[in-house]
Design a protein. Structure first.
Length: 443
């Protein structure tokens, strides 16, 4: 069965959120949400893959699986840090109150108990799920603080002499019809014993802030998260990743931002739950989960990670551009008649007014200074987001389009915007109109 060559998938069955991304002891470790028994969401485990370069991945045995009373129904998303040479994994532990009558792998009415837990590994490869786990933050019972079910996805980092954790949650006040998204912060001296120290909430930016990730790039504090119900206007999917520069004082975790400080992390709306880490050269790198469609349900695998992206800030503008480990692979220039989309392909071009590209039926156009990517002809679901468009741009725009099996990622003006779309297998046909500096590369 075909697979993308540059996008990480699970070896078999279901994959979603990236977890525990880290460069540790000379290797890149990518953990991920994984249901190892079917190509659908179910009781969550942590899959595990390892790489020297974020290009070639080796599958390792499952790292986390349910084994304790507090995580008996799932090990949800989380993060990783290195402490004194050991690898610490933090995750949300899940216990269902009830299950569906005909499917014990999903909670009834989406109600379950969430807590935060951890496991320690000496080498990043061996995880004793029976003896090395511990519960570090119990379920939240105070509904004014956070949500009993929907508090999850701990991201941990070190600052000065302390360790800090950010967790996503939501709350509902008596005078509100909808929930409000909320961030909870915890602090620890030893990365094992944690105390609550601060929080921030804001109404009107979705209602559950999944997978929060806060970090500093070039003296700018950046927050990435994936609010549920970000869209309420009929756009589907309603949950999407957003990114923005925020006011943040790291020691106290005092946070301040407005909903207008955020924009979509990826305009294609297939990109969800991204997480960042530092690569071996000190870059801030992000992976996200690309949600796949029903066309792939007859595959032995479902779900993939995006290409790794480098986050930078220039003049208070965030860019997310493809990692040089990926872009440097495309050195073989080919002719337009020699394209073979069964192999990874990169298109570089300058767009001007009325420029058009058709990549096996996937159309990229530039009209009235707006780039639109349209997958209507290469996607077989009636999603609202068959098309994605940028805000208004300059008169000319540079694009790099990365085509891998089942996915197209378009980077605009060196990462000013990104549009990622899951697509059906493409025809080996490339048509262009009114472009300049047009080149095609393969590996």
């Amino acid at each position: 069965m075909n697979k993308p060559k540059l996008h990480l998938t699970s070896e078999r069955n279901w994959m979603n959120d990236p977890n525990g991304l880290i460069y540790y002891k000379g290797k890149y470790h990518a953990f991920y949400q994984h249901f190892p028994y079917a190509t659908q969401w179910g009781t969550m485990h942590w899959g595990h893959a390892v790489s020297d370069d974020m290009v070639n991945w080796t599958y390792e045995p499952i790292a986390l699986f349910p084994s304790k009373p507090y995580d008996k129904n799932g090990c949800f998303s989380g993060s990783a840090i290195e402490v004194d040479g050991d690898l610490y994994l933090y995750y949300t532990s899940v216990k269902y109150i009830e299950t569906e009558e005909d499917n014990t792998t999903v909670p009834k009415d989406n109600i379950f108990e969430s807590s935060q837990a951890m496991i320690i590994s000496k080498d990043g490869f061996n995880f004793d799920n029976f003896n090395d786990k511990s519960l570090i933050i119990p379920p939240i019972m105070d509904e004014k603080l956070g949500h009993y079910t929907h508090t999850r996805d701990p991201k941990v980092w070190k600052y000065k002499d302390n360790y800090y954790m950010i967790v996503g949650s939501k709350v509902k006040k008596a005078d509100q019809e909808e929930h409000t998204g909320k961030l909870l912060y915890y602090r620890s001296k030893d990365a094992k014993t944690w105390e609550y120290i601060n929080s921030f909430e804001l109404h009107g930016l979705g209602d559950m802030w999944e997978c929060p990730d806060i970090f500093n790039v070039n003296d700018n504090n950046i927050l990435v998260m994936s609010p549920e119900n970000y869209y309420t206007d009929g756009t589907y999917p309603t949950n999407n990743a957003v990114i923005g520069i925020v006011d943040f004082e790291e020691e106290s975790c005092n946070t301040k931002f407005d909903k207008d400080d955020f924009r979509l992390a990826d305009l294609g709306l297939d990109y969800h739950a991204p997480q960042t880490f530092i690569d071996k050269d000190g870059r801030r790198v992000q992976f996200g989960w690309l949600r796949m469609n029903k066309h792939f349900e007859n595959h032995t695998w479902l779900g993939m990670m995006s290409l790794p992206r480098v986050i930078e800030v220039k003049n208070k503008e965030i860019t997310t551009n493809v990692h040089p480990n990926i872009s440097s692979l495309f050195t073989k220039e080919i002719d337009i008649d020699d394209v073979d989309f069964s192999n990874p392909t990169c298109i570089k071009a300058t767009l001007k007014d009325n420029s058009k590209i058709s990549i096996g039926g996937y159309e990229i156009t530039f009209e009235n200074n707006i780039i639109t990517a349209n997958r209507t002809k290469v996607f077989n679901e009636e999603y609202v987001n068959l098309k994605a468009s940028t805000p208004k741009l300059e008169d000319e725009c540079n694009i790099e389009v990365y085509i891998d099996y089942g996915v197209i990622e378009t980077y605009i003006n060196k990462g000013q915007y990104v549009i990622s779309h899951i697509v059906n297998p493409l025809e080996n046909k490339l048509q262009i109109d009114n472009l300049s500096d047009f080149k095609i590369y393969t590996i």
